[in-house]
Design a protein around this ligand. Structure first.
Ligand code: AN7
Length: 358
């Protein structure tokens, strides 16, 4: 039976028999072969989707949060706090509710998706919206948690990274080795940092043989790492990754450079095209930020990036894993806004038949 990532990967994590495990049995998410996308990418390229939206609160954050909240409880913490573009707050609220500790979340007003806001509110967090962006909210949270007995649960907390690295373990377990390329959206850059750490640890233990090249993708309107300077007023429809000054900036650059990968950016139009393609062709509803990883590999494929990296004698297929970090239901407004307008008819058979072309 699956008992969550702490039980499954205990020996890779900083827990002891005394750690109280706060879990909702997160992890063990599907790694789906993407049929349509693989064909689009070209001969011999296999694309897999790591569907992190199927975690208990609908995003990858649960991997880090199970460990972070367990350790906070072990250390006697009474309250936790985070700044969030939405998913961290949803996960922190949920896991602290389960642990019986208080949670406080700071969110940028009007800039988080409806599903995420509803989660933070219903799990009983103290939710405070600030008239500013995520980066400003994080600065406040760092300051407050430095001075008061409240545990910071943003990804600056190393337990977040430790928990999230289990995503790579699952990918290697499913594929029998690491993929050739690992594509991932980049916001605060904690997840790219975590996956790279996980891949390196599995290889060091001799469980996997290769390391993937890490491909990180930011939204063009909020791409500080690509532009090599913080972005003061980040803009993108992918609100989850609307971050102008990532906390794990240096670590993400290290992952990129050590793996021989890259960090690139994709436009909102490219993100939305990938978002719709995933839903309409693969049957996978992921939130816009998640689609940045798919938009990214499609952009690179058009530039011939993957074929250039294929040696003529290489019989092996190229395997690419895209992490779909959050569920599409998190942001229903976006789905409705970019779909065809809903038809409303009188309840008459002739009108319905006409509408469907019969
Ligand atoms: C769906 O919730 O930063 O690069 O405060 O929700 O590790 O930050 C969310 C980030 C990608 C980027 N996809 O991951 C938050 C927050 C989704 C996300 C990212 C986020 P990181």
């Amino acid at each position: 039976m699956w008992n969550g990532i702490i039980e499954q990967y205990r020996k890779f994590l900083p827990v002891t028999d005394k750690t109280p495990v706060v879990t909702l049995k997160e992890g063990n998410t599907p790694l789906l072969f993407a049929c349509h996308l693989s064909k689009l990418m070209g001969d011999g390229i296999e694309v897999y989707l790591k569907c992190e939206g199927l975690n208990p609160t609908g995003s990858f954050k649960d991997r880090g949060m199970t460990l972070t909240i367990s350790k906070a409880l072990e250390e006697g913490s009474k309250a936790v706090m985070c700044a969030s573009t939405g998913n961290t707050s949803a996960s922190a609220s949920c896991y602290s509710a389960r642990a019986g500790i208080e949670s406080i979340v700071l969110i940028p007003e009007g800039a988080i998706a409806l599903g995420k806001l509803s989660q933070a509110l219903i799990h009983g967090s103290k939710v405070i919206a600030i008239k500013g962006n995520f980066d400003e909210a994080l600065t406040l949270v760092k300051e407050i948690t430095r001075k008061h007995p409240i545990t910071l649960v943003n990804s600056i907390n190393p337990y977040r990274i430790e928990g999230q690295k289990t995503g790579s373990f699952e990918i290697c377990d499913a594929l029998g080795d690491a993929p050739d390329f690992h594509a991932i959206p980049v916001g605060n850059a904690g997840n790219m940092t975590a996956y790279w750490k996980g891949y390196k640890e599995y290889k060091a233990h001799g469980i996997s043989k290769i390391l993937p090249k890490m491909l990180g993708f930011q939204a063009a309107g909020s791409a500080p790492i690509v532009l090599r300077h913080p972005v003061k007023d980040p803009k993108t429809i992918a609100t989850a990754i609307k971050i102008g000054n990532p906390a794990s900036w240096k670590q993400a650059e290290a992952a990129r450079d050590e793996s021989g990968g890259l960090i690139d950016m994709v436009s909102d139009d490219e993100i939305l095209a990938a978002y719709k393609l995933l839903a309409a062709k693969e049957g996978v509803f992921a939130e816009p930020a998640s689609a940045a990883s798919v938009a990214g590999i499609l952009k690179l494929a058009k530039q011939g990036f993957f074929n250039e990296r294929r040696t003529t004698n290489d019989e092996r297929r190229i395997r690419i894993v895209c992490v779909l970090t959050g569920h599409g239901l998190k942001d229903p407004d976006r789905a409705i806004a970019c779909a065809e307008k809903l038809k409303v008819l009188e309840p008459r058979i002739d009108l319905v038949l006409k509408e469907i072309g019969l």
